[in-house]
Design a protein. Structure first.
Length: 315
């Protein structure tokens, strides 16, 4: 397979989305001297970024980055060879359709999104040669349009693919901790198990991550969610990147005690959540394997009642 590294070395980086993670990556990449363009549908964020710059709060310091450009028009970003997909999982089809219009034949889209199914959607529109996937454990809190706070340290793990070498180099040069792995499925399910345990509970209870460890009943629910999701992974022959899912989930909740999960942030904004791609994914795969997941099903359905109108606040 021909690599794209020579073509992409000095290419601008297109970031799909204008939400928390998209803003965090855009700000850090631009601060390191990369040309960054954001493609989204949230007009307030697009206007804020273009008129006043992108504000990044990181380790108590506030940076105002004026070099990032934002647009809602895919025609304005035609032939950008590197696209970092950081939109919400429920937006992936729209993102895939846009990238099919503006990504050149030698372009590459790298998804660092939550949940399952993003690769398949992107591949259907772009072809397998133009899609890469990774996992990030970085956290971000959206403070407002064009304003983001980094919520804890984390890393970027990429599948072992030579075509991603240029992405890897650009991310490392921008201060991200990047590693490659031959077992991306294990990392994806490792993150999915943690998200399936923490995110829906914080969304339902309206609390920061650390609060899930305070009350015994909530902690038991956290444990049940983690064990169910981990069993679904195990039945597929997937090896998680930690020996015990409950210990791993509790460690993340403790380490990110003050963080508001992305699902809770979405609920508070009246936006659609990624619960279908997280809890729903666990349930659907479990069904396919003949393994019941009643606790994950319960929280999946309950979260879906929180914003019944699913107002499309696009980021």
């Amino acid at each position: 397979m021909m690599t794209r590294n020579s073509n992409a070395q000095n290419s601008p980086i297109l970031i799909t989305g204008t939400g928390a993670m998209a803003s965090l990556f855009a700000a850090q990449l631009a601060s390191a001297g990369n040309e960054v363009i954001m493609l989204g549908t949230w007009q307030k964020a697009i206007d804020q970024i273009n008129q006043h710059g992108l504000l990044l709060e990181q380790q108590g310091q506030i940076k105002q980055i004026h070099s990032v450009r934002a647009t809602s028009d895919p025609a304005e970003v035609r032939n950008v060879r590197l696209a970092l997909v950081l939109g919400k999982a429920w937006q992936t089809q729209r993102i895939a359709d846009q990238l099919a219009l503006c990504l050149p034949k030698d372009g590459l889209a790298l998804s660092l999104q939550n949940g399952l199914g993003n690769r398949e959607i992107l591949t259907a529109s772009l072809g397998i040669e133009r899609v890469g996937v990774g996992v990030t454990t970085l956290g971000a809190t959206l403070l407002g349009p064009g304003r983001v706070r980094q919520a804890g340290e984390g890393s970027v793990m990429l599948e072992d693919d030579l075509n991603l070498a240029s992405f890897s180099a650009r991310l490392r040069h921008s201060g991200f901790f990047v590693e490659t792995t031959p077992d991306l499925a294990g990392l994806q399910w490792g993150k999915l198990v943690i998200n399936a345990a923490i995110n829906p509970l914080t969304a339902l209870l309206g609390v920061a991550n650390g609060e899930l460890l305070v009350h015994n009943e909530v902690r038991r629910m956290l444990e049940k969610l983690a064990r169910e999701a981990a069993q679904v992974a195990s039945l597929q022959g997937i090896r998680l990147p930690y020996p015990d899912p409950v210990t791993a989930v509790e460690a993340v909740a403790e380490r990110t005690a003050q963080n508001l999960s992305s699902m809770l942030q979405d609920v508070r904004r009246g936006a659609p959540t990624e619960v279908d791609q997280i809890s729903g994914a666990v349930v659907r795969v479990g069904e396919r394997l003949g393994f019941p997941t009643p606790v994950n099903r319960l929280v999946w359905q309950l979260v879906k009642t929180l914003n019944p109108e699913k107002r499309l606040v696009s980021v």
